[in-house]
Write a protein that binds this ligand. Structure first.
Ligand SMILES: Nc1ncnc2c1ncn2[C@@H]1O[C@H](COP(=O)(O)OP(=O)(O)OP(=O)(O)O)[C@@H](O)[C@H]1O
Ligand SMILES: [Mg+2]
Length: 249
């Protein structure tokens, strides 16, 4: 599904503050793979994800998604394949708009302009039904502004919205970093269910080693812009939680 071939990213090349953020990464991620990325601060995790999303373009190397070379495509032209959830619950949704309006926007994100964007009862009921699967009672608050929800409620809804328009790739960059343990649990379990139900290819960046241990079917450790370890499903399930802590010495 995602083939990353020898990509590099240098920020501020030739200047005193040059950073080699990603240093020749090659990574092939299969359909249905749920890849977890761990690594120290500044090891290049977000830059790698940004290059898959298209918000940062690589200096060299290429990226193929679903058979198509997207290396030079900006992020808005990859949204057909790629959905993304950020660390900050306030990113990704419009605070002033109601929950239902946000879902409407999400569902037309990748469609051509000119299509009707009315909200009819069928759409409302579909959204309510989806939201009720979260078990947060938010299906009764769909007319409430998004900005009035807690960070955890917002992240859970953002996840649901991200799969409204048949994307194939879900990118999660520390989606629970700003959440309390209970909300984190809800968001991670929601993510896992959506990834399974919609058969998404997913990448999760996390500093939470418990989540890194519990979720996903492949794990890589990044350091200084490179892949230091890469464990497949079998190797990951043989891993003990303490082994992960040892990776960080
Ligand atoms: N736009 C930018 N301009 C200059 N340097 C950048 C830019 N983005 C990232 N960097 C640098 O690239 C390196 C990798 O950053 P990146 O954000 O990818 O790390 P990370 O592994 O996601 O870290 P964290 O765990 O703290 O989120 C860092 O040294 C960072 O300062
Ligand atoms: Mg980061």
């Amino acid at each position: 599904m995602i083939n990353i071939n020898n990509i590099h990213k240098v920020f501020n090349p030739g200047k005193a503050n040059q950073v080699n953020a990603v240093n020749g990464i090659t990574l092939h991620i299969k359909n249905d793979e749920f890849l977890v990325i761990v690594g120290a601060n500044g090891s290049g995790k977000t830059t790698l994800l940004d290059m898959v999303a298209g918000s940062v373009l690589p200096g060299s190397g290429n990226i193929i998604i679903d058979g198509e070379d997207v290396t030079r495509l900006p992020d808005y032209r990859r949204s057909r394949w790629v959905a993304r959830v950020f660390q900050n619950p306030m990113s990704g949704t419009a605070s002033d708009l109601s929950i239902i309006d946000n879902f409407r926007l999400a569902s037309i994100r990748t469609r051509k302009k000119g299509l009707s964007i009315g909200i009819n009862d069928t759409f409302k009921n579909q959204v309510k039904e989806k939201i009720s699967t979260l078990g947060l009672g938010l299906e009764n608050k769909i007319d409430q502004p998004m900005g009035t929800l807690s960070g955890g409620q917002r992240q859970a809804l953002t996840l649901l919205m991200s799969v409204m328009d048949s994307c194939k790739v879900l990118l999660l960059d520390e989606p629970t970093a700003a959440l309390d343990p209970r909300s984190s649990d809800i968001v991670m379990r929601t993510a896992e269910e959506l990834i399974r139900d919609y058969r998404l290819t997913s990448i999760l960046i996390t500093h939470n080693l418990k989540d890194a241990y519990n979720y996903g079917n492949r794990i890589i450790l990044m350091g200084e812009g490179q892949i230091l370890k890469d464990l497949n499903a079998g190797q990951k399930s043989a891993l003990k939680q303490n082994d992960l802590f040892d990776w960080f010495g």
